[in-house]
Write a protein that binds this ligand. Sequence first.
Ligand code: MV4
Length: 444
Amino acid sequence: MFKKVLIANRGEIALRIIRACKELGIKTVSIHSTVDADSLHVRFSDESYCIGPAESSKSYLNIPAIISTAEVSNADAIHPGYGFLAENPDFAEICENCNIKFIGPPSGQVRAFGNKAKAKSLMEKFGVPIIRGYHGDGDPKKNAQKLAAEIGYPLLIKAAAGGGGRGMRIARNQKEFEDYLQVVRTEAELAFGNGEVYFEKYLQNPKHIEIQVLCDEYGNGVHLGERECSIQRRHQKLLEEAPCSILNDSLRKKMGAAAVNALKSNGYKNAGTVEFLLDENGDFFFIEVNTRIQVEHPITEQVTGIDLIKEQIKIAAGEKLQFTQDDIKIKGHSIQCRVNAEHPETFVPSPGKITSLNIPGGPGVRVDTGIYGGYQVLPFYDSLIAKLIVYEKDRPAAIAKLRWALEEFHVGGIHTSIPFHLKVINHPQFLSGNYNTGFLDSNF
Ligand code: MV4
């Protein structure tokens, strides 16, 4: 087992990883920017190093500074968390070359699944259902007319180096298709330095379902059920739940098996999430693989009783999975609300000093956060300040608990997304469980 782990992140996920390390008897090294000196992840780590100014590019994305800190502090491994460098294949490769264990998949896997078009080809090879379209490495334009006629509009044009909704355009006819193909290519070249694009049939208002997978370094792999993440605004997930209330056991098994087999067959290691879209006919289609721990991992922890961060660290340290697929039981229902420092109607960021704070608690209430009374929410980073996770025996009870927990959750001095979440969970369509990715656009 590692003696010391460097956490290359900040906020709630940095604290989450520090806690997991403590329970595994591992010393922790944190990094922080000048403006994060008073953060909880600094306070609760065993050592902390200031690695640069507020701008992420000069601090949390500063690879030389992070690697130097790992060397100076004698860290055996680095946990990247999510965001920042978590899915940067060059960072993972540099860790490997510096003999610092990257707590995540091998850099080759990060690179392979980072290209969303190649990821589709890989999944197709492993028999995972994919959405019809063109994802070769030739010029989509040449193949478009024939394919578009067969598939039919609307088509969705995506950037291969994008993901998470970045660099996408819907084409509703041939003229739009030809124009947008160039637009997406140009935007992708500017945004990602890679103008490769692919396209596929646009599924109208599907459910967004993702499967959590864990693979150890000996070829064993399991899935830990699904998470529904359809409540999104501009591809920013806001509320997630596990399990998905309309998924039956046979569909769960099929999606889970497809996800595990594909990642295992590709030599994947550590935690990974396979994202699918589920249409009204109950057909599911692969979208992308996320090669990191996700913001919404706690709801899977609640319904399986498995600590995913500890599993990541144990796998990276060379331990075998201690459970088989048959040991994994999904019990109860869990919902997570992302508490963002933003206006609940306009979603405009609302940084500032937290003048008062009341955090809910009690049975089945978990709050993962890095804030405290008097904490200064900064404008330099993501607006996520806390995750409220509830767990109950079934969905109605989980919603009831979530309602009073949200009502108790008070953050004075800034606006938050709490009032927005109360509106969502009181909406009949949400309460029915029969909602999809179009829910926000058609109701708020
Ligand atoms: C799609 C889609 C419909 N049809 N692909 C984009 C980012 C990734 N995380 C999921 N994404 C989607 N890909 C096809 N062929 C719908 C989504 C999607 C979505 C799209 C627009 C607005 C919100 C969305 C939320 C989840 C998924």
